[in-house]
Design a protein. Sequence first.
Length: 178
Amino acid sequence: MDKENHSPRRYTSFKTDLGWVGMLVSSTGIVKLTLPQATEKAALVKLGFDHDALRVSFERLDEQVSRIREYFRGKPVDFGDQLDLSAGTEFQQIVWSICRSIPYGQTRSYGWIARRIGKPGASRAVGNALGKNPIPIIIPCHRVLTADGGIGGFSGGLSAKRRLLTLEGIRVTGSLQQ
């Protein structure tokens, strides 16, 4: 349940061009989003929603679902959606907010984010925060690379990160090692 107004969270699943996606929302905004999965069941398992969450038809969340589907069709999308980042620490929320500002088709480094938050030596901590990103794509942590342009890490796996970067027309030229 939402802590603020005690309304239950809602969840849905929907098919995209790359697979099934699960989404959990609160009265504040999107709480969690899965990367595309092979099956609807896999997306719901990955979502790991609260047992008191209510399942809703994806049509009830049509605007968010439409934007996500467009993204997976390779279209640049402006995700102005409200997010509920209350599960993150203050540091994570700051990192996620800065990451969210990285434009479609562009990349930045972990160090770039660390410098933006005033902690230039915190690249590893930035990577750890991005590894806990509950809303990939909308918080585009796949657009964050290593200082030498390498792919870095990704909680969804390196092949998924490569696929997302390719979808956006981004070519990774540096080290492909994690």
